[in-house]
Design a binder for this molecule. Structure first.
Ligand SMILES: *Cc1c(COP(=O)(O)O)cnc(C)c1O
Length: 515
């Protein structure tokens, strides 16, 4: 390779950089590249009639086995994108397809896709102001506004995160450092965990997200620090069970220090009684963290905001924009009711100029557990400006209405058993096979899901309820209609009958059926 002459002024036409970097004289190359990417999405991804191509893991693995990952010589962008369109985009899950109703992966909204292009083109990092001046100001304002949306007052603070995992981790990290400071006069940030930390316990419902357990492990408290509280028949944390657990713990050498409420459990979308949990947290001196990764979006709906009542009493909140706010991955937020409590994790790298704080310059690195950090705040900002709160509210309300209508269909159909009354837009149910051992029912439900994916007809999730395999729709897509879901239900029935032909026992009457 010839040694580039770095002393010469860059020439946009020179071979080394041609078509590779943004700058004057490269706009055509940029436009061509973006148009190609756009075309791969519109012509390959969106043109597919089904939400998945049906390729098996083996087929996909085989395809990439033959593919050279780091060729000696490049083949140029045009050929590369064409290959990627066929091998990757063409076999990606159609998150925007109306029959893609499996997980909490939302169809990303177009305003956010435009924002995403701006985020990567400007490539600013939010760790220090001098790397992201306007972005820092915008994120700071967005967090302020979001805090107000959840009923926090002026002292709140927070940061944009990679999602619920990170936000939940931050909540427990702050709670841990807070309790060690408050009760043990111990600086965990400086000195690690004291022996007394063995006694610390975190309370959350049995249906809380697994990242609570994960965070406890990562924070050195161990998974055994999680005390799991039973849920009621609607999969909400049972306050009676919480009370008896608190009484039990008071008589033991274990010390609860944090209570996690979930606003929208991943499986059922259930919302814990946040107001009562907030009361208990105050009475017992616990840090109250609300995991609103899924359900936080209800705050934008006039009809459903009420369901989050009590969230404003939380010490910290986790919200995901990449779920019910329709932003592409990744995008979440962590909110802290009393922003001064950031001092419990306050550390700054000298090169990021912590002294700037005195001159009024904010370096957001001190509010995050990340250093280099994307300007993901731009996505919800652009989306909020485009749609307004009303627009968002309507989208969310539509999907909740859709889930209720789908639940009605399932409740009334002899071939199905509805497992809960939906709170958000998740609907858990089971295909009722003809009589036989219930294990066989598990297998049939599992096979139905696999067959739908193999045909590409629909992407449906599977979950387990009281040891039984069930199917789950997560109806996030505002373009999905009741008719679309009826088609999926018909396909489920068709596969179910093919897998287990025969007559079915009468469906239990209402009341015994919907638990
Ligand atoms: C999705 C989810 C999480 C995890 O969030 P990520 O954004 O995937 O990191 C945590 N809690 C709940 C309730 C969730 O739905």
């Amino acid at each position: 390779m010839n040694q580039p002459n770095a002393t010469e002024r860059p020439d946009p036409e020179r071979e080394l950089t041609a078509g590779l970097f943004l700058g004057s004289g490269t706009t055509q190359a940029y436009r061509t590249a973006m148009e190609q990417a756009h075309k791969a999405v519109t012509d390959v991804y969106l043109e597919r009639a089904t939400p998945y191509s049906g390729r098996s893991p083996e087929e996909l693995e085989a395809r990439f086995e033959e593919s050279e990952m780091l060729p000696e010589e490049g083949q140029g962008l045009t050929a590369t994108i064409e290959t990627v369109a066929q091998t990757v985009v063409g076999h990606s899950v159609g998150t925007s397809h109306p029959a893609c109703v499996a997980h909490l992966q939302c169809p990303p909204m177009i305003p956010a896709l435009a924002a995403e292009a701006l985020i990567s083109a400007t490539n600013q990092s939010l760790d220090s102001w001098d790397q992201a001046p306007a972005a820092t100001a915008l994120e700071t304002r967005l967090i302020e506004e979001l805090a107000a949306v959840f009923g926090y007052d002026g002292g709140a603070d927070g940061v944009v995160t990679s999602g619920g995992t990170q936000s939940n981790f931050m909540g427990l990290l702050l709670a841990r450092n807070w309790v060690l400071d408050e009760r043990f006069d111990h600086d965990a940030q400086a000195d690690g965990l004291p022996p007394a930390a063995d006694s610390l316990r975190v309370l959350c419902s049995a249906d809380a997200h697994f990242t609570a357990r994960q965070a406890a492990a990562q924070l050195g408290l161990g998974e055994s620090a999680i005390v799991s509280i039973p849920t009621d028949e609607q999969h909400r944390l049972s306050v009676d069970a919480l009370d008896s657990t608190l009484a039990e713990l008071a008589d033991s050498d274990r010390q609860p220090f944090a209570l996690i409420g979930t606003a929208g459990t991943t499986d059922f979308g259930s919302i814990d009684p946040l107001e009562q949990l907030g009361d208990r947290a105050r009475e017992h001196g616990l840090w109250f963290h609300v995991d609103a990764a899924y359900g936080g979006a209800l705050a934008l709906s006039d009809r459903h905001r009420e369901k989050l009542r009590g969230i404003e009493t939380a010490d910290s909140i986790a919200v995901d924009f990449h779920k019910l706010f329709y932003q592409p991955l990744s995008c979440g937020a962590f909110l802290l009711r009393d922003g001064d409590r950031y001092r419990y994790i306050d550390r700054n790298a000298a090169y990021l100029n912590p002294a700037d704080a005195e001159s009024g310059v904010v370096n957001l690195v001190s509010k995050s557990v990340q250093t280099s950090r994307r300007f993901d705040a731009l996505k919800p900002y652009v989306a909020f400006q485009t749609l307004g709160r009303d627009g968002f509210g309507e989208l969310i309300e539509y999907t909740l209405d859709l889930a209720a209508a789908v639940a009605d269909r399932i409740r009334d159909a002899p071939a199905f058993e509805l497992k809960h009354e939906p709170t958000l837009n998740a609907v858990v149910f089971r295909y009722r096979p003809p009589t036989g051992p219930s294990q066989r029912g598990d297998e049939i439900n599992e096979r139905i899901r696999d067959r739908l994916r193999e045909e590409g007809t629909a992407m449906v999730a599977r979950t387990s309820v009281d040891g039984e395999t069930c199917l789950k729709f997560t109806l996030l897509n505002p373009r999905t209609t009741v008719a679309d879901v009826e088609e999926i239900l018909a396909a489920i029935e068709r596969h179910g009958e093919a897998l287990a032909p025969g007559g079915r026992t009468a469906k239990p009457t209402r009341g015994s059926n919907d638990r």
